[in-house]
Design a binder for this molecule. Structure first.
Ligand SMILES: Nc1ncnc2c1ncn2[C@@H]1O[C@H](COP(=O)(O)OP(=O)(O)OP(=O)(O)O)[C@@H](O)[C@H]1O
Ligand SMILES: [Mg+2]
Length: 449
């Protein structure tokens, strides 16, 4: 940050001292406002938005401490330096205890003293800003945990391979299979320097989706009080993640197709054409080809998005690897809760491997996390799962279907149980770790009442 962007307000009712401080700091290149009345300082906080206030401690109407409290309640990031006469250094020390950065004495023995303490605040704030920036960059782009590729090793190779290119990627997978995680991984491995920008096409109301994506100019519509940068623009040099892409309205599909074709777009209410080099990763849990056949999704857009399709298998198709996946997840989650468990018994492993996991890894994580929390001692208890499993076996004794039938009945029973236990569909979906939409779909599919 250049020094002229570092803004300081000096408050002192003694005008000669006020002038002296203002002059020294202006000569240093800072932007400085001197005021003799603390109330005026409070009034201009929002419009001037200072980084630092240097204030006399003893003033007639509002003292320095009161002023600091008033300002910090509006903007906690503002730093304070207190001005004090020699006699009241004790007060200055207590001011520092209550949150002031430092103090200087009046009269000023040496201008250098002032320069140094102000440059310390300047340095501290610059560092803070940089850290915040770095943090938002890395936590945004980086996958939160190590991805377990057991049972989908091809997918690891595909992910690596495609990350290195600029190709548009389409991720197919049921809820909780790791689409978002893989999208972040692709962004991370691509080495792109811009942000990872997430757009959930199902969560944003249709009429807002366009302005979210492309932004708007001030006055583009009622309520557009200032210019807004869209996600497309934000994702320059980065990645745009279009989650639940099947849910885009036909109108937006058309706009989006154009943006994808020539990499240009306009903010709403603007005639200026902007370009973007954002990498596109889309995801869906629907059968896109089917939607195209039913004319619910534009064929041309589908082919633009489906350049590099990646299928993420559901957990029940990674059966052989479930023990390995479970052990890893137990290790991570128990460490998070400061616990340690002895290895799972064979029965438990079998139970976990047999279950159909409609909510995939998310559901597995949820069940393990709840189990870790309630388990005492070294044995990990899985009461939730045991109950579901027993219920299913009872049901199975009557039936005795093929393997596919087993899975379906397992899943159906799990859903029925969750619905009874939770009372509402929303809560049941949460308990199962699946989206409400997936739950509704399954309820219909199995004819659950
Ligand atoms: N292969 C994996 N390795 C480790 N953790 C995984 C893996 N796949 C998914 N997870 C974890 O499971 C949870 C769900 O993953 P994610 O959110 O990526 O799924 P999703 O497919 O995007 O689901 P949705 O369709 O509901 O958005 C996350 O906590 C994620 O960290
Ligand atoms: Mg997701």
């Amino acid at each position: 940050m250049p020094r002229e962007n570092f803004k300081i307000i000096v408050v002192d009712d003694e005008s000669s001292f006020l002038l002296l401080l203002t002059k020294i700091l202006e000569d240093e290149g800072y932007t400085v406002k001197g005021v003799s009345d603390p109330e005026v300082a409070i009034e201009i906080i929002d419009s001037f938005s200072p980084n630092l206030l240097i204030t006399d401690l003893k003033m007639p109407k509002i003292d320095g401490i009161k002023l600091m409290e008033a300002v910090k309640s509006r903007n906690a990031d503002v730093d304070f330096i207190m001005i004090t006469a020699f006699a009241t250094v004790d007060t200055a020390v207590s001011a520092m205890k209550s949150g002031a950065f430092d103090y200087i004495t009046k009269p000023l023995k040496d201008p250098e003293q002032l320069r140094i303490v102000v440059s310390k605040v300047y340095g501290k704030q610059a560092l803070l800003r940089e850290n915040r920036f770095l943090k938002s960059e890395t936590t945004q782009g980086m996958p939160p945990i190590k991805i377990i590729f057991a049972g989908m090793e091809d997918l690891l190779a595909e992910t690596r391979e495609v990350a290195a290119t600029d190709a548009t990627v389409m991720l197919y997978g049921e809820t909780g299979t790791g689409k978002t995680l893989i999208a972040k991984t692709i962004h991370h491995l691509s080495g792109r320097t811009g942000p990872f920008v997430d757009i959930n096409c199902a969560a944003i109301p249709e009429n807002l989706l366009e302005s979210e994506m492309f932004g708007y100019e001030k006055g583009a519509f009622t309520g557009a009080v200032s210019r807004k940068i869209g996600k497309f623009e934000l994702a320059n040099d980065g990645t745009i993640f279009l989650d639940e892409v099947s849910e885009m309205s036909p109108a937006l599909q058309a706009k989006f197709l154009k943006a994808l074709q020539d990499r240009t777009f306009e903010r709403l209410g603007s005639l200026i054409t902007l370009t973007t080099n954002a990498r596109i990763v889309a995801a869906t849990n629907r059968d896109m080809k089917g939607l195209v056949d039913e004319k619910k999704f534009r064929e041309d857009l589908f082919y633009r998005l489906n350049v590099f399709p990646i299928n993420i298998p559901p957990l029940r198709e990674r059966k052989k690897h479930i023990p390995e996946i479970i052990n890893y997840i137990i290790k991570i989650i128990s460490a998070r809760h400061g616990k340690e468990f002895s290895p799972l018994s064979g029965d438990k492993i079998k139970m976990l491997s047999d279950y159909s996991w409609p909510g995939n890894i998310r559901e597995l994580e949820n069940i393990i996390e709840r189990s870790v929390i309630i388990s005492r001692g070294y044995e990990l208890n899985l009461p939730e799962l045991t109950a579901m499993y027993e219920k299913t076996n009872e049901a199975e004794d009557g039936g005795g279907d093929s393997c596919g039938g087993d899975l379906r009945s397992l899943e159906k029973t799990a859903i029925e149980k969750a619905l009874i236990k939770a009372g509402t569909r929303k809560k049941a979906a949460e308990a199962l770790g699946i989206s409400l939409r997936t739950l509704q779909y399954k309820i219909k599919e199995y004819g659950i009442r």
